[in-house]
Design a protein around this ligand. Structure first.
Ligand code: GTR
Length: 330
């Protein structure tokens, strides 16, 4: 993280203690939240709404100031800021959190979920609860796991050509999120995976450092990549939930009552965000098609699933128990 960002992060924390009555009960806190997406995006909107609920429940004593659109950097930087307590809420993909709490990487394996409905059943059930708790209980994470959010399925888009088969991916350079599993996934498919934060992707696409990237329809649209990379193939190779985490350092400084509110309203965002997600996905897909993008449906994903076997050979065994439970989830 740059010094400038560190300073911005630290300066944005506004904690004013009103010294009448019990200090814990009276502490006014403007908590900072960050997201890589702009205002109005489902994950951002869900956290803004949660802030309003917190304000209403505490007569304005607890509130949230949202820093959208990568104002505080990429997700890796946001996680670091939450760990040191300079940021309270970070809404990030599970992708980068896998480097902090290893078991979360199970969600980062290609084709681990049958479809998005399966992913929802898993995050809403005991596996979802267990993994959120693992974040909170891990003494090294510095984070409290509050809720999962929806992020649909990720598919490849690129500047060069329609991708219909695995062979079509050969030699193309794709930006992947910063986690070795994703780079290995792109490589196993015959492409070249290049890891970078979202803050660098637009430039990399424009300058040709990469030929494409991969994401769900709302992100492909809202990051402004549609006009730059007009071939979109619904490979749906990764279905990675989003996660809302809270700074453990900040949490530990709060009263028990306030902690309970953070947990309760945090968890409620899981289903609230989902509604916003479904609406936004429809709108984004319509926009993508209206922009003249070739949206290719992949009827048979089996060749893609077969091609990523090396990724499963390399990482899968470690998570075998969780994978089995995921597969058994109806
Ligand atoms: C989006 C996701 C972000 C971030 C981004 C990326 O779908 O909402 O959290 O992971 O993808 O590709 O960096």
């Amino acid at each position: 993280m740059t010094t400038r960002r560190m300073l911005m992060a630290a300066a944005g924390v506004l904690v004013a203690a009103a010294m009448t009555g019990s200090a814990a009960a009276q502490t006014k806190m403007v908590m900072k939240a960050a997201d890589v997406h702009p205002l109005g995006y489902p994950t951002v909107e869900a956290v803004v709404q949660m802030g309003k609920k917190l304000e209403a429940a505490t007569n304005g004593r607890l509130s949230i100031q949202m820093f959208p659109s990568m104002q505080l950097g990429g997700e890796k930087e946001m996680i670091e800021q939450a760990q040191i307590g300079a940021l309270q809420y970070a809404r990030v993909s599970v992708g980068p959190v896998g480097s902090v709490v290893d078991n979360l990487n199970v969600f980062n394996l290609p084709f681990v979920f049958r479809d998005t409905a399966h992913m929802r059943a898993v995050i809403d059930g005991p596996i979802g609860d267990r993994l959120l708790k693992e974040i909170t209980d891990n003494p090294k994470s510095g984070l409290i796991g509050l809720a999962w959010m929806d992020s649909g399925a990720r598919s490849f888009y690129n500047k060069q050509k329609d991708i219909k088969t695995v062979a079509d991916l050969k030699g193309l350079k794709f930006r992947m999120m910063g986690n070795p599993i994703f780079v290995d996934t792109a490589n196993a498919l015959g492409a070249n995976g290049v890891a970078m934060g979202m803050d660098q992707v637009m430039n990399a696409l424009q300058t040709g450092v990469v030929d494409g990237a991969e994401n769900n329809p709302p992100s492909y649209d809202s990051f402004g990549h549609v006009p730059v990379a007009k071939h979109y193939s619904l490979t749906e190779h990764l279905i990675i939930p989003e996660i809302l985490v809270f700074s453990k350092k900040a949490f530990d400084s709060m009263s028990k009552e306030d902690q309970a509110l953070i947990l309760k309203f945090g968890k409620e965002t899981q289903l609230e965000q989902r509604k916003l997600w479904d609406e936004r996905t429809k709108v984004a897909m319509d926009k993508i098609k209206a922009a003249g993008v070739n949206v290719i449906t992949i009827a048979d994903k089996k060749p893609f699933q077969d091609a990523v076997k090396p990724v499963w050979d390399k990482y899968g065994a470690k998570y075998a128990d969780l994978v089995k439970q995921i597969q058994d989830t109806k």
